[in-house]
Design a protein around this ligand. Structure first.
Ligand SMILES: Cc1cc2nc3c(=O)[nH]c(=O)nc-3n(C[C@H](O)[C@H](O)[C@H](O)COP(=O)(O)OP(=O)(O)OC[C@H]3O[C@@H](n4cnc5c(N)ncnc54)[C@H](O)[C@@H]3O)c2cc1C
Ligand SMILES: *[C@@H]1O[C@H](CO)[C@@H](O)[C@H](O)[C@H]1NC(C)=O
Ligand SMILES: *[C@@H]1O[C@H](CO)[C@@H](O)[C@H](O)[C@H]1NC(C)=O
Length: 491
């Protein structure tokens, strides 16, 4: 379904491009017409904005992704620097029906979501950060990563609800929902947006706030369906030093630690606390990693003691700046890499066993295709009231169901294994959801998180009953389906 959305447009396109531009047969390939669109954009751009072609270092950087299975070689990359240049680009793309991509931080793990063979728009020059202490908000350019934002804000004693790991882009993270270290305190990233500066699909530049009921709702989870965001205005929160611990358990220690973590999760916690868990398997040994976070210099007595006292393989405890904490969390990528989202409501003993078994089973199975395969099963707990900090939004479809956005992630080298890996992921996610249902959890309509769900997931699973409204809003603001020329979840 999704692939049809991405590639379908490229196929339909060939005819209108030729029809409109009247090119002779020698120039009639889509690539040539994409190049021509690139030239037209360059000619009309304000001087500060730039167009780059394959071979230049700027081009290579523009089309690069965290997982390079998410990259494609486009006809050119464009780096607009003003909303008006974004508007000019969109109008030109609409006129020529040229497939395009919008890239923020390039962390999408679904191929084609921020890449194209047509015109690649890199938002990298939208880098301003402007604090407004009076309104306690900050304007953040859509080309920044959370690493950039924290480096600027944290030394000033303030911060926003942003990404948990280094390098993740501001734009895709916020536009998909945004699960943060501060989500237990303040909700999702979308719950902390005050305004979006948006270039609408027809090229008008506008600011979207709470007053704009429909598109305000749609932008909170609706990605690139409603135009191109150039700036986000976010609520500011105070930031002190933070406390964190990283624990790793291997082999025999894993089961004891998992049981302790289940007991821990069954209690209510100070909402400044947050955790992330992951299961891995190597050389016949199951590994369990835990990151424990507290948004303050010292966690309250009793909060983490039971977990800290467990016998562990490695343990490190630190106190320092929020930026240093985020940078200290390792992330590993591979040439090919996909995520899938697995909705869960509780991490119980049976779910822990199912997660451990899936980790072991697929690590062994996938090693037959790639001996260095990365296989990670993430546990992503939040407090039961985490969705009460915001109003209705495109994602999640139902705020009364506090879905935990667990994820699976596989990484490998060889492109020929892509299909096998995606299929394996789908089977494993379905197995885990079934295990949840057998465990008595109401997961029948539980959505996988939009930013983790694997390509091919029906949009109705992710956006539930909101799909119809999101489609109507899309028709209203983009009747010619200009944004349909870009990949991603489509309404
Ligand atoms: C290592 C890693 C850690 C992560 N950790 C978290 C986490 O803790 N919490 C969480 O919620 N998610 C997390 N994610 C998922 C992450 O939020 C998504 O991958 C997100 O989409 C990345 O945003 P980006 O700008 O880097 O991506 P991109 O690939 O640049 O863009 C993603 C999508 O957003 C669209 N888009 C980008 N910029 C714009 C714009 N200006 N206007 C309109 N549309 C735009 C793109 O077209 C694309 O469809 C993580 C991902 C990775 C790889
Ligand atoms: C992907 O990454 C590998 C290793 O870093 C590199 O050799 C390869 O050219 C990249 N492929 C693309 C499409 O960027
Ligand atoms: C482990 O997972 C595999 C794959 O899903 C499944 O076939 C097997 O029955 C599971 N084993 C147990 C003990 O649950």
């Amino acid at each position: 379904m999704l692939w049809a959305a991405i590639f379908g447009c490229a196929l339909v396109l060939a005819t209108p491009i030729l029809g409109q531009s009247g090119l002779g047969p020698a120039q009639s390939s889509p690539e040539n017409s994409y190049k021509q669109t690139c030239r037209k954009i360059r000619d009309r751009f304000s001087p500060a904005s730039r167009v780059f072609y394959p071979g230049s270092p700027e081009f290579e950087e523009d089309i690069a992704h965290w997982a390079n299975s998410s990259s494609q070689v486009s006809a050119c990359s464009v780096e607009p620097v003003t909303p008006l240049d974004v508007s000019l680009i969109l109008r030109e793309l609409a006129k020529t029906r040229t497939p395009f991509a919008v890239k923020g931080g390039g962390h999408a793990t679904n191929p084609g979501f921020s890449s194209t063979r047509g015109v690649h728009i890199s938002m990298t020059r939208f880098r301003d950060i402007v604090i407004n202490m009076e309104s306690e908000t900050v304007d953040i350019g859509a080309g920044l990563t959370w690493t950039d934002v924290y480096a600027y804000l944290v030394p000033k004693g303030v911060n926003v609800v942003g990404g948990r790991l280094q390098g993740v882009g501001v734009a895709g993270f916020i536009l998909g929902g945004g699960y943060s270290w501060k989500t237990n305190q303040y909700g999702l990233a979308v719950d902390n947006v005050v305004a979006y500066e948006l270039v609408l699909p027809d090229g008008r530049v506008t600011v979207v706030t709470e007053q704009d009921e429909d598109i305000w709702f749609a932008l909170k989870g609706g990605f690139n369906n409603y135009g191109i965001v150039t700036k986000f205005t976010l609520k500011l929160h105070k930031q002190t030093d933070v406390w964190a611990a990283s624990l790793n358990f291997a082999g025999d220690l894993t089961e004891v630690a998992q049981a302790a973590f289940v007991r821990f999760l069954n209690r209510e916690h100070d909402h400044r606390a947050a955790q992330l868990g992951e299961l891995t398997y190597s050389n016949g040994v199951l590994g369990f990693g835990l990151t424990l976070f507290y948004d303050g210099p010292v966690p309250p007595d009793g909060l983490y003691e039971e977990l800290l006292d467990l016998p562990s393989t490695t343990k490190s405890v630190s106190k320092g700046s929020f930026s240093d904490f985020v940078s200290s969390i390792p992330t590993s990528t591979k040439n090919r890499l996909y995520f899938d989202g697995v909705p869960m409501l509780h991490y119980t003993e049976p779910i822990m066993r199912a997660l451990a078994n899936e980790t072991r089973f697929w690590s062994e199975e996938l090693r037959k295709y790639d001996k260095d395969v990365i296989v990670v099963y993430n546990l992503d707990p939040f407090e039961p009231d985490y969705l009460t900090h915001g109003e209705t939004s495109a994602y999640p479809p139902d705020r009364s169901l506090a879905v935990l956005p667990s994820s699976i992630y596989f990484g490998w080298i060889d492109e020929s294994a892509d299909k096998y890996m995606a299929d394996a992921m789908r089977v494993s996610s379905a197995t885990l959801v079934e295990a949840g249902i057998r465990d008595g959890q109401d997961l029948k309509d539980a959505p996988p998180y939009s930013n983790y769900a694997l390509f091919g997931t029906p949009v109705t699973r992710i956006y539930g009953a909101h799909v119809e409204r999101l489609h109507e809003i899309r028709e209203k603001y983009d009747p010619k389906n200009v944004m349909g020329l870009a990949g991603g979840w489509k309404f």
